[in-house]
Design a protein around this ligand. Structure first.
Ligand code: ARG
Length: 567
């Protein structure tokens, strides 16, 4: 039996016991739903509220609870108690600890694995725009996408991480016009993104005064779409120079992709989309542009072709969705893209539906909120950007300083500082619920106390250092009777459920919050219990400490955050 089943078995035992006592008045599945987890430990581990029975039985909840306790077979529990309208169940702690700790020790990497489903799941993630810096928004997409890929793998799926690079579009017209007017080759060779961004920002400033620049940019982009040789050569150069810099950031984050097929990849795949839309009589003309009417979906029309014949973001995404379907035969197709593109993805699904593609239902936009800085929205166009690489390097520096204070003789301090600094940025991003917007303040992010990644990492390092201080080996089969361990055991036992919830809700913050909860439970235990005392339970306590470290490591790795043994 898998551990999640074994742990859930304890809950199932509660359901079975209740069912035997109540009879068929409430089906087992419904009982499972009704069972609560009491807020306070002296109310037990599971509680059954009797209020739903009160109507049926025409009895006061308190009376029902008192009756139930006399009927329930309590042999597999430590205690079953009636308190007010509740029946409280206390799990058999020693048996629970034994079951849990032996299972974690037997196969730590697979603790919490499940088979929710299987099959390919393309994840459109990161997808920055060429010749622009990768923004904090793209960071969110990158780390959320990567965490989802890890989480979905753990529950049985085969994710495919796709970087849908913004390597095509009208911005290349602007950029090329700006480069020709104000740029020079040596600068771009030396520091590509810096200068390309500068040209881009300058273009927008100048275009406000001189609208003819926009006209020129449109013309150049048209040349690019028509395959003009010199314009295409510039485009290729900008693309490869930008990608090289992006890859440096991905390497820092420790994140890789299975595909870099970006927008340009679909240049030769859009005619087929337009032809299909035409064949199916879905394309209409409106003010010179070609659109698909989506009024029956309560959505604005989807723009398929512009009046100048240039194709659009939507047309590429239609081609991409169809390509992914044909190529990967996906069971789900995810797009980790900011909430501001919500309507775009609603339109994308609606157009695919109109085309008769039922699999459009398997497409899910995974939106996320904005990262602000000092309360202000970050925008590339106005030049108000945080350069991600600088953020990561600053975070590593801050981590380095703190490590030097706390642990001056740490071996391999540089690697640890990298894991801590980068991990802090990733963790901060992931502990916020996807859709929440949050402010980014580096000092907060890299703190070793509070709800931070370094706090969790530090807790894991502390667990490891406890284990290093003794020659006694952890032994999960030794009985752990100490009641002060219960909070930690319960938190450890929650992990499989937490993984399932994160996968179901596409929500890495569920894992991040869990690591904080487990770390807090462990630190509380450690503050109140002398772990290293040489008595009969020492090997069991060490098994508990070891299990905490293994589960923290496992959970952090799902988030893409490293877990140094010392820091
Ligand atoms: N490059 C786009 C941006 O930065 C995101 C692309 C998202 N993916 C997609 N298939 N549309 O806004």
């Amino acid at each position: 039996m898998r551990i999640e089943e074994e742990i859930m078995d304890f809950k199932q035992q509660v359901v079975t016991a209740l069912h035997q006592a109540i009879g068929d008045t409430i089906p087992e599945a419904q009982l499972m739903q009704l069972i609560e987890t009491p807020k306070s430990a002296d109310l037990g581990d599971y509680a059954f509220p009797t209020f739903s029975l009160a109507k049926v039985l025409r009895q006061a909840p308190k009376q029902i609870a008192a009756d139930l306790v006399t009927k329930i077979d309590a042999s597999s529990f430590e205690q079953v108690q009636a308190v007010g309208g509740y029946v409280n169940f206390f799990l058999p702690k020693v048996a629970y600890a034994h079951e849990l700790l032996t299972t974690i020790a037997a196969d730590p990497a697979h603790y919490g694995d499940a088979t929710v489903g299987h099959g390919n799941v393309p994840i459109d993630m990161s997808s920055p725009n060429i010749a622009k810096p990768m923004s904090m928004g793209h960071l969110r997409s990158t780390v959320i996408g990567n965490a989802l890929a890890n989480i979905l793998t753990k529950v049985g799926y085969s994710p495919i991480k796709i970087n849908h690079l913004g390597d095509w579009g009208t911005q290349f017209g602007k950029l090329i016009v700006a480069y020709r007017k104000w740029g020079n080759e040596a600068d771009v060779r030396r520091d590509p993104i810096h200068y390309l961004v500068q040209y881009y920002v300058q273009f927008h400033e100048e275009a406000e005064k001189d609208p003819s620049l926009d006209e020129a940019a449109r013309a150049v982009f048209k040349q690019l779409e028509d395959g003009d040789e010199t314009v295409t050569a510039l485009w290729k150069w900008f693309r490869s120079a930008s990608l090289k810099e992006f890859n440096r950031i991905y390497a820092m984050l420790g994140i890789s992709f299975d595909s870099y097929n970006g927008e340009a990849f679909y240049n030769d795949k859009m005619d087929a989309v337009v032809a299909e839309l035409t064949d199916k009589h879905l394309l209409h003309e409106s003010q010179g542009a070609e659109i698909v009417d989506l009024s029956q979906y309560d959505l604005n029309p989807a723009l398929i072709k512009k009046s100048d014949g240039a194709t659009l973001y939507m047309t590429r995404d239609l081609a991409a969705a169809i390509y992914r379907h044909d190529h990967y035969d996906f069971v789900q197709s995810l797009y980790v893209v900011g909430n501001e593109q919500r309507e775009h993805f609603q339109q994308l699904k609606a157009v695919l539906k109109e085309m008769g593609h039922d699999w459009a239902d398997d497409i899910h936009h995974i939106p996320f909120g904005l990262i602000t800085s000092g309360g202000k929205k970050l925008s590339t166009r106005k030049g108000n950007i945080i350069l991600l690489e600088r953020v990561l390097n600053d975070a590593i520096d801050l981590a380095q300083q703190q490590i030097a204070d706390k642990h001056p003789d740490l071996p391999d301090a540089e690697t640890v500082a990298h894991q801590v600094g980068v991990g802090a940025v990733i963790f901060h991003d992931l502990k916020n619920e996807r859709l929440d917007s949050f402010d980014f303040n580096l000092e907060e992010v890299v703190r070793f106390e509070g709800e931070t990644g370094p706090y969790v990492q530090y807790t894991n390092a502390r667990a490891n250092s406890i284990l290093r201080k003794t020659t006694t080996a952890p032994a999960p089969e030794v009985a752990l009777t100490d009641p002060s361990a219960w909070g930690v055991l319960k938190a450890l036992g929650d992990y499989p459920d937490v993984v399932l919830r994160a996968a179901r809700e596409y929500e890495p913050s569920v894992i991040a919050k869990y690591t904080l909860r487990l770390a807090k439970a462990f630190n509380q235990y450690y503050a109140n219990t002398k772990v290293l005392v040489d008595d009969a339970e020492l090997p069991a306590r060490l098994a508990l400490v070891k299990a905490v470290s293994l589960v923290l490591e496992n959970a952090l790795s799902l988030l893409g955050v490293g877990a140094p043994e010392e820091m």
